[in-house]
Design a protein around this ligand. Sequence first.
Ligand code: ZN
Length: 314
Amino acid sequence: MKIFIRKAAACAAGLLLFLPMLLPTGADAASRLEVLVTTFPIYQITRNVAAGRKALNIVLMLPSRMGCPHDYVLTPQDMGRLARTDLLIINGLGMEGFLDRAIESAKAGMRVADSSAGIGGILHYEDAHNHAQEGHGHDQDSLNPHLFASPGLAAAVALNIAGELSKIDPEGASIYYTNADLYAKSMNLLAGDFAELGRRLKNNRIVTQHGVFDYLARDMGLEIIAAVLSLEGQEPSAAGMLETVRLIRELKVGAVFTEPQYPSRISQTIAREAGIPFAELDPAATGPDDAPLDHYETVMRKNLSVLEETLGTR
Ligand SMILES: [Zn+2]
């Protein structure tokens, strides 16, 4: 036991020696501001905006591999985090229905930043589809919250986040705005590439898995004829599937696109039945825990080639 304690003490002493080098300059770990970001895509944008600034401890709330939290329920661990958080950054537009109860657990004075605030041209979920789904009459007013799958809107989100981080950490403002400008530039280049591909595609009619690509489709001039799943991820009935197959044939749809975040079996069945190709597009709603800062761009560039290969160009 004694030996163990001595070893532990020696280890601690060793750690102490190294600690000053590990600690960020200008702010020790204890004085860092706690920034909690609900979803993976917004977390990645926040990390890009805050790159190089050590005054913030940026934490992702939901598991990075979970995808859209359309039916998420808060855990006790989430409540604990909220009690320590200085700034909570959300996707907004109704994505975080689970937060209603959360505010009770929040640290006094916690700020909530809606990363979609002030962004224009918001789509209603029902605008784009789904003509084939029963229960079509459900909440006509639900807004489509998937801004992040459009690079042009990801740029706008980054600029919003720079403003919010600057409010809690004014000394870092120049870093945040410089990073956000650079990020926005690369996102706008990416958006330009998507729009350019959209003009060259042989067929611009597609079926998607859920409403995640509505904004990207608008950027590209793609027409989404139907989404196979409801916003909450609910699967269609046999009649709903047949109606989608009928629409695909009638409107000569080019392809069905599945997403890695949802099971693709039904979408594949619909594509086979209708005799059109299917392929996977990743909205980058998920990623590894230690995703590189350019994860989104890498995934989106791959989507560009998948769209080009699957729909063909003129
Ligand atoms: Zn979603």
